[in-house]
Design a protein around this ligand. Sequence first.
Ligand code: ZN
Length: 164
Amino acid sequence: MSPPAIRAVIAPVTPLQQNCTLVWCAKTMKAAIIDPGGEVPRLMGALDQYGLTLEKIWITHGHLDHAGATAQLKALTGAVIEGPHRDDAPLIAGIPESGARFGMPDARSFEPDRWLDDGDRVTLGETEFEVYHCPGHTPGHVVFFHREARFAQVGDVLFQGSIG
Ligand SMILES: [Zn+2]
């Protein structure tokens, strides 16, 4: 058996305890933070702890608790922002307003480097993930899926049954 190509840890962030995921390519140690809702210093500490370089910021959807710290993380690391689907653009534009309402005044809106669409693929180090557009919870919600590792970051989408 070959070792898994990817590894992942979960860190609950924000007063809403959203599950932010740190995932990385085991060979290159290049990482993606999926759904950085907040607590950037803690996320930076986790990168240090595992010896990782942040390559990507992946966003499943434009809600405050999933995307509120994206701009801050981008400014600190220069990582490439991928996702969500373009249909969440109005939600992302509204992040500062919902941040003010939910006690997260530092939350900012942002412009992704790449909007994602159903069937897209995103790379991380030497690995590749599939992208699914799953509207419902929000119009532009996407899911990141690594087939061999049976890893799925589903954001706030609930699946009937299971995938993989
Ligand atoms: Zn949500």
